[in-house]
Design a protein around this ligand. Structure first.
Ligand SMILES: NC(=O)c1ccc[n+]([C@@H]2O[C@H](COP(=O)([O-])OP(=O)(O)OC[C@H]3O[C@@H](n4cnc5c(N)ncnc54)[C@H](O)[C@@H]3O)[C@@H](O)[C@H]2O)c1
Length: 352
């Protein structure tokens, strides 16, 4: 397999690049990434010299470059992680880039897949396209659940997903769409909730919890997400949608308390802040379909505390990585904070 991984310098993409480069020495892996504020080649320092790995800086909207790279490397498969992903940025910073990358960018990839007779493409998407559930609703999102996104980020992701379906039906592009729940693990951009909380607590600062803290997210380890995507690249059926999640619904208070416990801090370190506008209440994924294909998570619900502990320890032991990200992306992070300050909400922000 000659695999083009788009957005492989971000959080989930870089964990996936590492998995594939190490697991399949005979595959050619090309990481194609625009290196936005969220893209960071430091995430891949340990594998950058491997003979089966190449990095190309590029934008998925740039169809000419995509075609060139696909031809040059004789690409047979594509997986797309490239996206604007930060929910709060999509609310407070304008969402033009979200629509450009998450909708138009996916369309360009589909065009490139068609032109170059790609054998299979996987478009990595999110459970947020389904909107949310009430807290007392015991149902879970299955693959047939209506698409009803509330956040601009999620609406743009849904646009890209729907384009995949349309290209499968009308152009016969062999594309799969996935909807995964919230990921945790190493190499996540420090604006996102888990690293954000860890570094605040390590600095002796309080952590901001939105609203009543009861919003529920279904947490999955990033390596389990990667395992599922590896399986789909090899065994998934084109034209189909697969939901990915570990049956691990936790409310934000529970998550915060677990992080406090790992770091030996108490609840005095929590500060309640005004809720995010339209904050989705609950997500829950029904992963029956991908489990039937043979996917088994290494970090199921009962191992969440272990996975979270390892993750917190990773951030504690990799402060240099975080300091480098912060130094390199200082302007972008400051601009984001200014947008938050300008908006109605007098609060700090962390995703989900
Ligand atoms: N983080 C989660 O919890 C989560 C959950 C489910 C699904 N997803 C989906 O997984 C994918 C990856 O998420 P993540 O958290 O790793 O995101 P991330 O923000 O950490 O990384 C995104 C990567 O895409 C690159 N990129 C952005 N625009 C690009 C463009 N136009 N062309 C090429 N590269 C571009 C960035 O440079 C960055 O490396 C996204 O599609 C997201 O919607 C994320």
């Amino acid at each position: 397999m000659n695999l083009l991984i788009c957005g492989g310098a971000g959080f989930i993409g870089s964990n996936f690049v590492r998995l594939m480069v190490n697991k399949y020495p005979d595959y050619k892996i090309v990481n194609y990434d625009k290196l936005t504020y969220a893209g960071n080649l430091d995430n891949l320092k340990d594998i950058e010299g491997k003979s089966n790995y190449t990095f190309v800086k590029g934008d998925i909207i740039d169809i000419d470059k995509l075609n060139e790279v696909i031809k040059e490397h004789d690409i047979t498969h594509i997986i797309n992680f490239a996206a604007e992903t930060h929910v709060d940025r999509s609310i407070h910073g304008g969402c033009k880039d979200f629509v450009l990358t998450n909708v138009l960018g996916v369309q360009m990839l589909l065009d490139a897949a068609k032109t170059n007779n790609i054998e299979k493409m996987v478009n990595v998407s999110t459970d947020e396209v389904f909107g949310d559930l009430d807290l007392d609703d015991e149902r879970k999102f299955d693959e047939k659940w209506p698409i009803m996104p509330n956040m601009p980020y999620a609406a743009a992701k849904a646009g890209g997903d729907l384009m995949c379906n349309a290209y499968f039906v009308t152009q016969k592009v062999p594309v799969i769409v996935t909807h995964c729940s919230n990921n945790y693990g190493p190499y996540q951009f420090p604006e996102k909730v888990i690293p954000f909380f860890v570094f605040k607590l390590l600095a002796g600062e309080k952590v901001p919890v939105y609203g009543d803290g009861l919003n529920v997210r279904d947490w999955i380890h990033v390596l389990d997400h990667g395992k599922a995507l590896d399986l789909l690249l090899h065994k998934g059926n084109p034209g189909e949608v697969y939901n990915i999640g570990s049956d691990n619904e936790r409310n934000n208070m529970e998550l915060t308390q677990m992080i406090l416990k790992v770091l030996g801090k108490d609840e005095e370190m929590i500060e309640y802040v005004t809720d995010r506008p339209g904050h989705d209440r609950k997500y829950a994924i029904d992963a029956t379909k991908i489990k039937a294909l043979g996917w088994v998570p290494d970090y199921p619900r009962e191992k969440f505390e272990e996975g979270l502990r390892e993750t917190v320890e990773w951030y504690k032991n990799n402060t240099e990585w975080v300091e480098n990200v912060r130094a390199k992306k200082k302007d972008e992070m400051n601009k984001f904070q200014e947008n938050i300050d300008k908006s109605d909400k007098p609060q700090e922000s962390a995703k989900k």
